[in-house]
Design a protein around this ligand. Structure first.
Ligand code: MOS
Length: 752
């Protein structure tokens, strides 16, 4: 590999690359949103409704207003104008809770903000918020867990646009089911789950005249800019959003929640910066959750295991006003070959805050249901579950009627089965033992969307031999700083440690949401084009600077490799460091910019683009003590070319741990009396932690998908959570004989 100014470098793409921002994080220098301090900052604490359905009748703020350090108690009467926002072109202006805070007196969910205390210190603001007294007229809240579809029309408007309730169909699923020799008809339930990133949602709003700057723990600064500009009636360029480090989000920080306009309105009113950090309890109430789902799956098959009919009818809960769509049927039309298919959805309104995307939205609960049904069908037919899937492998995407760009699910099964030792499985329940424990082995397949959001980027080459790459995307802990540095380094030859990365700021070229596992795939073309632009400028400088060794050469004669400009015919060894070329011309830098267009949601794609994978899971079961542990997981992922295998494995391992939580622990319960989430803290909302994590073996296939970008890289954040719960519940059945169709699996389910 070429060298740059004497420093040996390796091509950074495809190499295990430690996080370039790691030292900043471990030394505490990384500034998360609530770490930004400004002189005169005031602190805001919202007052939460203590009912879930009714009206605020009186709000007594007198005592709170007189408390020391209190600047204001803001409410419907004095907050000032806040407009609504609406969805714009492309993936822009999205908001899961549209109602501006305090817009009316109606309370539609427990914890809805009804006032805001602002004070000189956080403690004074909290005390004042606690001192505000509200009286209500109350109705019984509806937090019923049994879901029946509301009387919705056939076509509904959701947060993400218009959706037909018959999501997808081909052939005649009903008739084919009725006449199928083998039938399966089961309903699977997933609970409400709450995102619990360690960093709480936070916003600091700073006004300078009509310019609003928001420091926000956002997974999407560009979208937040658009929503807040609308809410405050400003031109978009008057709003700047900064999100330098995010302590994860899992989707809860994709779109703005009401603490953003509250902080901005308070700062506007009081003429000072206002910081609002939501509490852990508020995280369970007002910043989204994965909605509860209830999914009926009907499969008709032949006795030898060929699917003839598949029906997936799913219901999910929604809030009273908003229409988050939980797209459980996303993967159903293409995962398996089946001539007759019908996917429908229904919605049930509840007195619960708005739902939101949570890691692998739609597909994660959806695949839990459909993959569980496949496992049950395999047992019913006494066919190995891997074999059943292989038998029903489609040749094309039968939903869209187009080929897959790159689908290697069968290779995933093959490698996973081999690494796990699956051929040694004996199918009878409780038939496998080790060290006095009963073993259960289960598996499932998975998939996740692969596409690009629109992205722009800029790249600079500078006279000290460094480069800078900039894009208004975010790093939510997944490694985006590192990927941007790798891409810029790859294309320019500047070593990784000499690449500066700027992201998380709307003043940079507009970048993608940190969502849908799509950042990496989206930024590749934009960064490469920007780097090419910077290199082209450099060559022009080299050819036109008087006295340059490349004066009067033609562009085609020259190349840049390993940071050196050289005449191709003479070879790289004769080259000149690009920094010398710039210095000779008295230039600090040359720059280039690049854009790439969206492929997401293309209604007529030429190819079906998805990532695929599978999980093989072992559980151990001790019936004497009802002790169930996930003891081993092998996961194989086909996500195109992996640009940073170290960060990639880390993503999949994290997702598998989250999947253990999904299968065995996580659920948010709402009190039927007052509608409050009961377990709204980290002690009672039980998640899988390190102690629950078994040895996890992650393998990536390496089939570059050039439909997505020239490197062939798809995304890997979310797919690891898809399918894992179905593999775990299959393993639980294999060990215990108990078929659990409502997550999470509870100890009491197994005491039979
Ligand atoms: Mo992910 S739920 O798209 O942050």
């Amino acid at each position: 590999m070429p060298t740059t100014q004497g420093t040996p470098t390796m091509p950074p793409i495809g190499r295990d690359t430690p996080r370039v921002d790691g030292p900043q994080k471990v030394t505490g220098r990384a500034q998360y949103t609530s770490d930004f301090h400004f002189p005169g900052t005031l602190y805001a604490v919202p007052v939460e409704a203590t009912i879930a359905n009714g009206k605020v009748i009186t709000l007594d703020t007198a005592a709170a207003e007189k408390m020391p350090g209190v600047r204001a108690i803001l409410h419907r009467g004095n907050i000032g104008k806040i407009f609504r926002s609406t969805v714009g072109q492309g993936f822009e202006g999205i908001c899961e809770e549209r109602r501006p805070p305090f817009e009316d007196d109606v309370v539609r969910y427990y914890g809805q903000y009804i006032a805001l205390a602002v004070a000189d210190t956080f403690e004074a603001a909290k005390a004042a918020a606690d001192a505000v007294r509200a009286t209500y007229s109350k109705d019984k809240p509806n937090v019923e867990t049994e879901l029946k579809p509301d009387d919705d029309p056939d076509t509904v408007v959701t947060t993400f646009g218009v959706r037909h309730r018959v999501d997808n169909q081909r052939g005649d699923a009903n008739a084919a089911f009725a006449s199928a020799p083998v039938k399966l008809d089961h309903t699977y339930v997933t609970p409400s789950e709450t995102h619990n990133p360690i960093e709480l949602h936070a916003t600091t709003a700073v006004w300078e005249g009509s310019m609003l700057t928001l420091y926000d723990s956002s997974q999407g600064v560009v979208n937040l800019q658009s929503v807040l500009a609308q809410m405050f009636g400003l031109p978009r360029e008057n709003v700047r959003v900064i999100s330098k480090f995010v302590g994860s989000g899992f989707g809860s920080k994709l779109f703005p929640w009401t603490q953003c306009p509250l902080a901005a309105a308070a700062a506007r009113q009081l003429g000072k910066p206002v910081k609002l950090v939501v509490s852990r309890k508020m995280m369970f109430q007002s910043v989204g959750h994965r909605p509860r789902t209830q999914q009926r799956v009907r499969i008709g098959a032949t006795p030898d295991g060929k699917l003839v009919s598949l029906q997936h009818d799913y219901l999910y809960q929604r809030s009273m006003l908003d229409a988050h769509h939980e797209d459980c049927g996303e993967t159903t039309p293409f995962q398996y070959s089946v001539p007759n298919l019908r996917v429908t959805f229904g919605r049930a309104k509840r007195n619960i805050g708005s739902g939101a995307d949570m890691r692998g939205p739609g597909a994660v609960p959806g695949l839990y249901a459909t993959e569980s049904a496949m496992n049950e069908l395999a047992d019913q037919l006494k066919i190995d579950p891997v074999k059943l899937r292989v038998l029903n492998e489609p040749k094309i995407d039968e939903g869209l009627g187009v080929p897959f760009s790159s689908r290697h699910l069968l290779e995933c099964f093959e490698l996973g089965a081999e690494k796990f030792g699956w051929p040694r499985r004996t199918s009878a329940v409780g038939s496998m033992k080790r060290d006095g424990l009963t073993l259960g082995w289960g598996m499932a397949g998975c998939s996740w969307i692969a596409a690009r959001f629109p992205a722009a980027a800029s790249v600079q080459l500078r006279d000290d031999g460094t480069a800078r790459v900039a894009c208004a995307t975010q790093d939510i802990g997944t490694g985006t700083y590192t990927i941007l540095a790798q891409l810029a380094s790859q294309r320019t030859g500047v070593p990784l440690d000499k690449v500066e990365v700027a992201l998380g700021d709307t003043s940079l070229p507009a970048g993608p949401l940190s969502g849908g596992s799509m950042v990496t795939g989206s930024v590749v073309p934009a960064v490469f084009k920007a780097a090419d632009g910077a290199i082209a400028s450099l060559m022009t400088v080299a050819m036109t600077t008087p006295g340059s060794p490349f004066e009067n050469r033609k562009p085609d004669d020259l190349a840049l490799e390993g940071g050196r400009v050289f005449v191709k015919a003479d070879g790289a060894a004769t080259g000149v460091p690009f920094a010398d070329v710039l210095r000779r011309a008295n230039l600090r830098l040359v720059s280039g910019s690049g854009e790439s267009e969206s492929t997401f949601g293309n209604p007529k794609p030429k190819f079906s683009t998805h990532s695929f994978g599978c999980h093989f899971v072992e559980v151990t079961w001790q019936p004497e003590t009802a002790r169930l542990r996930v003891s081993r997981v092998v996961t194989v992922i086909d996500a195109g070319r992996i640009l940073n295998p170290l960060a990639g494995r880390n993503q999949i391992e994290g997702a598998v741990v989250m999947g253990i939580g999904m299968a065995l622990l996580e659920h948010t319960s709402y009190d039927p009396q007052n509608g409050a989430p009961i377990n709204s803290n980290l002690a009672d909302y039980v998640m899988a932690v390190n102690a629950d994590a078994p040895p996890i073996e992650v393998h990536f296939l390496d089939f570059p998908d050039k439909e997505i970008n020239e490197l062939g890289a798809r995304g890997i954040g979310e797919i690891g959570l898809a399918g894992i719960a179905a593999a775990i519940t299959a393993a639980v059945h294999h060990a215990t004989g108990v078929r659990v169709r409502e997550l999470p699996v509870k100890i009491e389910n197994l005491l039979v």
